[in-house]
Design a protein around this ligand. Structure first.
Ligand SMILES: Cc1cc2nc3c(=O)[nH]c(=O)nc-3n(C[C@H](O)[C@H](O)[C@H](O)COP(=O)(O)O)c2cc1C
Length: 381
């Protein structure tokens, strides 16, 4: 792992270990992938304005989110189906988040039981909620999350339907999960040419189910039902009323891109919002999040905490988002590549790479506290 110098290196290692269908599931975006590309490119448009000849050792990266102190200004975003990338993927990633002193956000659509994921981390964990399966199933999940000790509920609001990920269609993602052997056949070679992954996958029980979406008949939702279930799971602002009644802790709204939605979220009682376009996996053609951030900071920055995700691949990206008003950021693919490349060691390496970048960037900027970053350290080009 020490040979991986940046997140791009971890991405290449993930590509080598994973079958095409799974690598592309992580790596890809929706439709023409315009937003996916812009999410990272936008960081190149922001340049630093350093203050040189300033003593900055040691550097303090701490920040607080919802009253909890984090050792790092970045958290691990909810990434569904992580168990397909690496055995017990969600537990493995959560453990590394805890070891690094940051939050792990568990997706509703994960392959490990939420109680086991919480037990796997020494740090705080948040539960990301999709209303898959409807209100009763979601209510049961919220109650379980509370008993298991999750500290916040993250309600994702940008998934009215699943985005069309063209790579998944071409790679036979649907055929492979439906389990009809004749339909699967053309797509099987990609699995057979990745024996290391295949052995791990079979050793971990083969095709995962969703143990945090428990159907009325009592069993976990099978994988093949997820697309249809997502179609029926649109969340509306009014849903926040009953969600709030079930969950007395902090609520974070994920998927805010405009001042208007940020105001809706605050009016609905959100304790924080995540400026996110789902990593370019939902509505293609929406603005990159760094572009949307200032408008949201202006609208609700004095009333709620604001985090940002989508496109972060370097520690300097983290710093730029903090300068433009995010209190913390979340990383998705950056750690998912590490998990897929080498399990816990890969997630640890991803975190270490970003942590090192952030420290170096702060020192070169002449700022010794992540909390002190502000707009005066950057300019748009
Ligand atoms: C493979 C994958 C699965 C994801 N699954 C979920 C999910 O289940 N729930 C959710 O709210 N967001 C999900 N996301 C979005 C992430 O939480 C996050 O918003 C996004 O990855 C940030 O962009 P980045 O990957 O460029 O860092 C997923 C992202 C990826 C890459």
């Amino acid at each position: 792992m020490s040979g991986a110098v940046n997140i791009g290196d971890l991405r290449r290692l993930a590509e080598r270990r994973l079958p095409r269908v799974i690598f592309d599931y992580i790596d890809g975006g929706s439709d023409g992938e315009l937003t996916l590309r812009e999410n990272s490119r936008i960081f190149d448009r922001v340049m630093f304005r350093p203050r040189n000849a300033v003593a900055t050792s040691p550097c303090n990266l701490r920040t607080t989110v919802l009253g909890t102190t984090l050792e790092l200004p970045f958290m691990l975003a909810p990434v569904g189906s992580s168990r397909l990338f690496y055995p017990r993927g969600e537990c493995v990633a959560a453990a590394q988040a805890g070891a690094a002193g940051t939050v792990y956000v568990l997706s509703t659509l994960s392959g490990c039981r939420m109680e086991e994921v919480k037990a796997a981390t020494s740090g705080p964990a948040w539960f990301q909620l999709y209303l898959v399966g409807g209100r009763d199933i979601a209510t049961a999940a919220i109650r379980r999350a509370r008993v298991a000790g999750y500290a916040a509920l993250v309600v994702t609001v940008d998934t009215a339907v699943a985005g069309q990920r063209e790579r998944d269609l071409r790679n036979g993602a649907r055929e492979l999960v439906k389990g009809n052997v004749r339909e699967m056949l053309p797509y099987l070679p990609q699995l057979l040419t990745r024996p290391r992954w295949l052995v791990d996958f079979l050793g971990d029980g083969g095709m995962m189910r969703f143990p945090n979406v428990v159907l009325p008949e009592g069993g976990p939702m099978p994988y093949e039902d997820v697309a249809a279930a997502l179609e029926r799971s649109t969340v509306a602002w009014e849903d926040l009323d009953w969600i709030r009644a079930e969950w007395q802790g902090p609520i974070v709204i994920k998927g805010v891109l405009t001042a208007q939605d940020a105001q809706h979220a605050v009016a609905a009682g959100a304790d924080a919002v995540i400026v996110s376009n789902h990593g370019g996996r939902q509505l293609d053609g929406v603005a990159p999040t760094l572009r949307a951030l200032p408008e949201i900071v202006e609208a609700v920055g004095n009333r709620t905490e604001i985090y940002l995700d989508s496109g972060i691949r370097r520690g300097s990206d983290v710093v730029k988002a903090l300068c433009l008003g995010a209190r913390a950021v979340l990383i998705g693919r950056a750690y998912a590549y590490g998990l897929a490349a080498a399990g816990g060691a890969g997630v640890a390496r991803a975190i270490e790479i970003l942590r090192g970048d952030v420290v170096r960037t702060l020192r070169l900027l002449g700022c010794h506290e992540a909390k002190e970053l502000d707009r005066t350290y950057v300019e748009w080009t």
